[in-house]
Design a protein around this ligand. Structure first.
Ligand code: SF4
Length: 185
């Protein structure tokens, strides 16, 4: 991945939001609107339960679990806090999802690619796969060189949006019905 010569860093969550809809990043990072999540407390309890399960999985793999791992890279212009990292024979980044969706979206794949790059840099070890903990189960996601190239393209598109501040042209779809920005859009 080539270096990104920009000021500041993108957050890994920006990648997910951008791939959901570029306009969400416009509203949050340019217009300054915030996403509110009313079910936050309930989410915290579920998150703790998930981390307990992940601790047991890490033990079974002969390793340990690191929780809420802060990650940051000058090289990639990225930062984020990873929910969990299983440190065993392999490094396995894990994001805990509290979602009704059961399939792995492209946005989630790019999110885990971003975390994997940050983990690789911090621990100086290649990450070949990441996981999403969804509905009580670990779902593996292979992380390939192609994924890393695709992530580079996404990051460039986000930087371009932030630099030009151009209101993105998008086609509205049923996902607008789940979007926190719907009332502004
Ligand atoms: S309401 Fe639809 S078009 Fe507007 S930001 Fe959300 S997903 Fe994008």
């Amino acid at each position: 991945m080539k270096l990104l010569h920009r000021n500041g860093k993108l957050d890994v969550s920006d990648v997910v939001q951008f791939l959901y809809c570029p306009r969400k990043v416009y509203f949050m990072k340019i217009a300054g609107f915030r996403i509110t999540k009313p079910k936050m407390e309930e989410g915290k309890v579920e998150q703790e339960k998930a981390l307990e399960k992940l601790e047991k999985i890490a033990e079974k793999l002969g390793g340990k679990l690191l929780k809420n791992v802060p990650l940051e890279s000058e090289k990639y212009g990225l930062k984020g806090i990873l929910d969990a990292l299983i440190v065993a024979e392999e490094l396995l980044p894990v994001d805990v999802k509290l979602s009704k969706f059961s399939s792995i979206s492209y946005a989630w794949k790019m999110q885990m690619t971003a975390y994997s790059l940050l983990v690789e840099e911090k621990f100086d070890k290649i990450v070949k796969k990441a996981c999403i903990f969804l509905n009580g189960k670990l779902k593996e996601i292979p992380i390939t060189p192609e994924d890393k190239k695709n992530l580079e393209r996404v990051l460039e598109q986000i930087w371009l949006l932030l630099e030009t501040e151009k209101y993105p042209t998008v086609i509205k779809s049923k996902k607008c019905g789940y979007c926190e920005m719907q009332r502004f859009c």
